[in-house]
Every structure is written in C-alpha cells, then in structure tokens.
Design a protein around this ligand. Sequence first.
Ligand code: SF4
Ligand code: SF4
Ligand code: F3S
Length: 357
Amino acid sequence: MGNDQTLAAMLEQRGVSRRAFLKYASYVASIMALPPASAGALAEGLAKAQRQSVIWLSFQECTGCTESITRSHSPTLENLIFDFISLDYHHTLMAVSGEAAEAARKSAMEANKGKYIVVVDGSIPLGNGGVYSAIAGISNQQMLEETLRDAFAVVAVGTCAAFGGIPKAHPNPTGAVAIGELVGGKPLINISGCPPIPEAMTGALSYVLSFGKLPELDHLGRPKAFFGETIHDRCYRRPFYERGLFADGFDDEGARQGWCLYKLGCKGPVVYNACATLKWNGGVSFPIQSGHPCLGCSEPNFWDQGGFYRPLPTPLGAMGPALAGAAVAGVALGVGAALSARKHQKDYLAATKSGEE
Ligand code: SF4
Ligand code: SF4
Ligand code: F3S
C-alpha cells in the first residue's frame, strides 16, 4: 500500500462499510469526550488521512506495553487503524534485524521528514554515559535524540516512558529518566499505565490523524479524555465507599460482598486513568473488578510510593478519626472526594516521597 492511499480507500478495499466506519468515529469521539457534533469531523478527518509513518523505539522496558497495544482480538477497526499506520521501525515486531533494521529507521526518517510520529516505550538510562542500554551500537539517548530531530510529535507509551516507571524506581541504578526530559520542544503525549489501556493509544492516535494536532492534555501531558478523572470517580464500588463498607482482608466477608478496597490499599482516589470505564481485554474487567486494589500504575513514582496494600496516608475529605467509623464518615467523604482528589494526590506524593518506602 502506498503512503498516499487514504484511510477511507483502504477501509473500502477491505470491505469495511461506511456505516461501520462512522460507528467507529462516534465511538472514538465518545471515549475522548468530544462533543457529539465532533464525530462527523473526526470521521471526515480520519477518512482523508494518509498512511502515518510511525517509528517505535523500545528502551528500558519489559515489552508489556507492546503486548498491551498489539494484543489481538478478532479484527476490529482499531486493528485496521493500526494496519493503516506505517510502522516503519519496531524492535520487537519488525521482521528484519541488525543493519537492515537500522536502514529502515533511517529511510523512514528521510522519507517522512517533519511528518513521522515517534512512539517510545521504556525509560532512558543516563547513568555512566548511558552504557546500560544500547541498540545498534549507540546509546538509547543518542537514538532518541537522533530520531526525534525531524519528528512531528512523540508519544511516550507506558509509565516507564512517561514517568521513568519501574527502571527509575529507587535506587534507580541506571539513572533512568522519562522521555519528556529529553524531547526538547517536540510536542509530547504521555499515555501512562503499566501497561497503558490500548484504547487510550488508539483514541489519541485517531485524534492526531483526524485533526493534525494533539488532543487536550492534563498537567502531566496525558490526554484529558482518558486521564481526566480518577478511578474512584467512576468506580462501581463507590456506593460501598460512600456507605463506609470496606473489605478488611482479601478473603473476608466484605471482600466476598464486593465492598470497597480502600482499606486494602486502593489508590483509586488519587489515580487518574480510564480503567473503571474502558476496562481491559475489550471491556471485560479491571483490577478492582477482579478484587484487587488499584496500585496507581499510571501515576509518577507509583512503584516507590509503594505500600501497595497500605491505605492512603490521609483520608479523603473530612474523614474523621478512623475509617472504622465510616458509616457516618462515608457521607462526608463522598462530598469532599471529587473536590479534594487533586489536593489529596499532592499530599500523598509529598508524604511518600520517592524511595522512602
Ligand atoms: Fe513494562 Fe510497565 Fe514499563 Fe510498560 S510501563 S514497559 S508494562 S514495566
Ligand atoms: Fe473503588 Fe478504590 Fe474508590 Fe473503593 S477506594 S470506591 S475500590 S476506587
Ligand atoms: Fe493501573 Fe489502577 Fe488501572 S493499577 S491498571 S491504574 S486500576
């Protein structure tokens, strides 16, 4: 397929009806919380879009992000959108290796100057001159800087790339840093999560393809559409929280009844991600639905803040002396929770400064 073929032409060739395409555009518009009228503009933009060159660099990572993004379902429009992308370089997925792989990266950069998108998973080790990770004989930092030179934008996929993640955890032996520290002025989208939700990636990419610009981002560079609310804001266990009904153990009566996991260390009240609405594996479930507290995997320093099973250090809102008395306090919590989530997150980050777990 040539790079000048439009998405509409490609979909038609593959037998995807216009109706199905419009349905997909409406779905993307809705998960991105765009006004209903935007679905048409998004569909039009997507239909006219040409094949986007993407260079995907994997640095200090575990391949979980790639696994998440490329997990296979029966063919969906998202798959086709990904087929539509010209994935010109990807360490894990490309067939060629060695010099041929490097040649592919360089020729994609040359052919798409100023237009290609660089997707990165993994952090960059700066310690000891970057000796801890090298590809094709050059350090990760060198490869990133070289590849970014003529890029249109960069997308940091996963918490390792967005915030340093597990490689940056205390004591950070490799001197790992987030991608954002090295991109200079290039437009950057952070899609955090360990790993991130695939729809957050396809949605953000569809937006860039349609409108030729970045979606609205939060103060950490994440698309607000997916990171604008806390897990707690949309959690189906929230009514139990409001009523002060908490599981005290993983196998107690509260756990069996599906009560709130706050006392088991759930970080949902201070974690911004779309798990409670989009869920995982095509909408099947998410950690809290499986009976496990949210670990906060989409937030900076989530590993170091540790205490995965320790309740948040200070209660939300006017919590009073103890969660144990929460039948009364729960009402006050509900009112204060949404308003104080950001403030609470700041207090939480300050109180559990990285590495001191
Ligand atoms: Fe692996 Fe998590 Fe890092 Fe992704 S963010 S590369 S899943 S450790
Ligand atoms: Fe859900 Fe966790 Fe909030 Fe409880 S504390 S309502 S389990 S997000
Ligand atoms: Fe991560 Fe919490 Fe979602 S642990 S996967 S942000 S529920």
